[in-house]
Design a protein around this ligand. Structure first.
Ligand SMILES: *Cc1c(COP(=O)(O)O)cnc(C)c1O
Length: 430
């Protein structure tokens, strides 16, 4: 077989520890969930990542979602190179963000207005501010098992008691901030109804990942999402769909399109920038027009809508509008996951997918829809599989709570090769 080489990576990580907290600039990258020292990659190409040791890996992490076309898509690369020659940061009006905004506005009816920012976190933080301004209310309702980036009010966990008041889930987030967020379990209509009954008139907005994909893939019943809309609107609260991961991924219009629902506000990121730093919040014109300079909700950004990111994003989205792209991605992933389930079964794992998002998880007796359904030792089991797959040249996200992504660059041949390698890996861990 092969032997994983990581001597250069290990040296780089030791140096990183001297300059960055935990050696990384985003926690999961440190491999803490799976153990060991992280690999360093120097190059990406299509479905592959190449380590600094020169070994090739089939990449199912794809930068945690942005690379729906794979690494270095030639059409996107061409636009990127052309744009470099125009300069890449003006801090002034330019036509490129206009073109991207018009393109999204044209194709997504719920995007009446849009504001570009630089990350999903920033998009969420801003959407919450708009919701509070619009409703003149303070509280936000979120779901346990949904991730919305690292704005203070979102770094909370379910508190004790049935009322749903949250407590802080990160040092540095004061309890008085957490106290303005309510937390409800996913897939629990009763708990949702109870929170609205006791506190509905305090809630400015409900924020939900319509396809929760940051604590595994916790696919919701469409009726539950509909109930969120119904209860929120009946109580004068807004609905914010956080489509940072699902937007432009499971359909061009994300889960809003798949479910046929119309969010008041929506957040995007990841694919939107085609691999560069872009987020956006969007939605009803009356809500977005509350934002400065049209209105009195302040939000600004030195690097917002920089030409390089705007044109990379537009090139990516244009390609995704091509004929049958989403059907192709979905059919390919459906076939892949069907075989993956079989291949993983002897190791006690199962796999599910929605469109080109898939999740490998320990076998469960019923569909995994909320945090209490999750296996307690999930990462212990996952770590073994993860490391054995690295040996075979397959790179999954370094945590069992992260989902996998199939990109357009994952051809049938690449996926067959991956299945062979996964089969070998499984045979060595059972
Ligand atoms: C990734 C993600 C975020 C955070 O986006 P960043 O760009 O990492 O700040 C927010 N919400 C969801 C649903 C995400 O998947």
């Amino acid at each position: 077989m092969r032997n994983l080489k990581n001597d250069i990576s290990n040296g780089l990580f030791q140096r990183s520890l001297q300059v960055a907290p935990g050696g990384v600039h985003s926690p999961v990258r440190a491999f803490k969930s799976v153990g060991g020292s992280p690999l360093f990659f120097e190059r990406g190409e299509g479905a592959y990542l190449f380590s600094v040791e020169g070994q090739r890996f089939i990449d199912f992490c794809q930068s945690f979602g942005p690379n729906i076309l794979g690494h270095r898509d030639p059409d996107v690369e061409k636009v990127l190179r052309e744009t470099v020659e125009l300069g890449w940061c003006f801090g002034a009006c330019e036509p490129y963000s206009l073109e991207l905004a018009e393109f999204i506005h044209l194709h997504l009816p719920w995007v009446e207005r849009i504001r570009f920012v630089c990350s999903g976190t920033e998009a969420v933080m801003s959407a919450l501010r708009v919701a509070r301004a619009a409703t003149n209310r303070t509280a936000i309702l979120k779901f346990d098992g949904c991730y919305h980036g690292h704005a203070d009010s979102m770094l909370v966990k379910a508190g004790s008691g049935l009322a749903g008041r949250a407590s802080s889930d990160s040092a540095g987030v004061p309890d008085f901030v957490a106290a303005h967020t309510f937390v409800c379990p996913l897939d629990d209509d009763e708990a949702l109804e109870r929170i609205f009954k006791t506190s509905g008139k305090e809630i400015a907005a409900v924020i939900i990942e319509p396809m929760p994909a940051n604590y595994g893939l916790l696919l919701q019943r469409p009726e539950f999402v509909q109930n969120v809309f119904d209860l929120a609107h009946a109580n004068g609260a807004l609905v914010i769909l956080d489509e940072v991961i699902s937007g432009f991924r499971v359909a061009f219009g994300g889960m809003a399109e798949r479910l046929g629902v119309t969010p008041d506000l929506v957040t995007y990121g990841k694919i939107l920038g085609g691999g560069l730093a872009v987020g956006a919040y969007a939605g009803r014109a009356d809500l977005l027009n509350l934002v400065a300079p049209a209105g009195s909700v302040y939000q600004a950004g030195t690097l917002s809508a920089n030409p390089l990111a705007m044109r990379t994003g537009l090139a990516t989205l244009r390609k995704l509008r091509g004929d049958g792209i989403y059907d192709l991605l979905e059919e390919r992933t459906n076939r892949f996951v069907l075989q993956l389930k079989e291949v993983l079964s002897p190791a006690g794992f199962d796999a599910i997918n929605l469109g080109s998002v898939f999740w490998i998880h320990p076998k469960a007796k019923k569909p995994v829809r909320n945090l209490t359904d999750l296996a307690a030792n999930l990462n212990v089991q996952y770590a073994k599989l993860f490391h054995q797959l690295l040996e075979k040249g397959v790179y999954l996200a370094p945590s069992g709570y992260e989902v996998g992504f199939v990109s357009l660059a994952h051809s049938d041949a690449v996926l067959e090769d991956a299945l062979e390698k996964i089969k070998e890996a499984v045979s060595e861990i059972v």
